[in-house]
Design a protein. Structure first.
Length: 225
């Protein structure tokens, strides 16, 4: 079985589907492990770059999974047919890159998404609220930095995860992560406050960001509840 780092392990634990697509899969380690563990019955691996595309095909063949994992060349969700998969994952990209993929082919976005951006997931949480997706699970994975991993599910009505939370802090740091209050999140909030405090002159963007971090810290300490 391929070895997965902490961020891909976190993504793996949030995926369970009959048919699943891994977008920008690179080495295809995540879908291979999903198939080997029985988390998915069938998988589609999508890669736009020729080198990683060939790498994925070789790894799937070596794993003996060509009957369950199909490797397709293409950009984002475009190689999928509408309704072909129940869920999709994207890992190791920037949030804006993910947003571009989600908005280019809205008819191909499945009901469940597992996303691991390499930067702030706030734009993805905002997109989810606007497009009828709820935050079903969130994990912070240790690594080169703290990697956020989200599971979003299409649901009706407002997302209950945000109820009674400071909205800006919940969008920035994650509603379920704030409620959990893990040590990793507390470290992240404290680091943000330390970084932003000397930059937060009145009227500058850093001032708003500092207030958001401080409201998250207040919630985590119990004084914001």
């Amino acid at each position: 079985m391929p070895n997965l780092d902490a961020r891909l392990q976190a993504a793996l634990h949030l995926i369970q589907a009959d048919a699943h697509a891994d977008i920008g899969s690179d080495h295809a380690h995540l879908p291979i492990r999903l198939a080997q563990l029985g988390c998915i019955t069938r998988g589609v691996i999508v890669e736009v770059n020729p080198g990683p595309l060939e790498h994925a095909r070789v790894n799937v063949a070596r794993a003996g999974l060509t009957d369950r994992l199909e490797v397709r060349a293409g950009n984002g969700l475009a190689p999928l047919a509408p309704g072909e998969v129940q869920s999709a994952s994207m890992t190791g990209m920037g949030a804006q890159t993910m947003l571009g993929i989600l908005t280019r082919t809205p008819d191909r976005v499945p009901d469940a998404l597992v996303l691991q951006p390499n930067d702030s997931p706030e734009p993805l949480r905002c997109w989810a609220r606007e497009r009828g997706y709820h935050v079903a699970a969130e994990v912070l994975a240790p690594g080169f930095w703290r990697y956020p991993v989200l599971r979003l599910e299409r649901q009706s009505g407002p997302d209950p995860a945000y109820v009674a939370l400071p909205e800006a802090a919940a969008l920035r740091y994650g509603p379920l992560l704030l409620r959990e209050g893990s040590g990793l999140l507390r470290e992240q909030v404290a680091a943000d406050i330390a970084r932003l405090t000397p930059l937060a002159a009145p009227g500058r963007a850093a001032e708003h960001d500092l207030h958001v971090a401080q409201s998250a810290a207040a919630w985590l300490s119990g004084s914001g509840k």
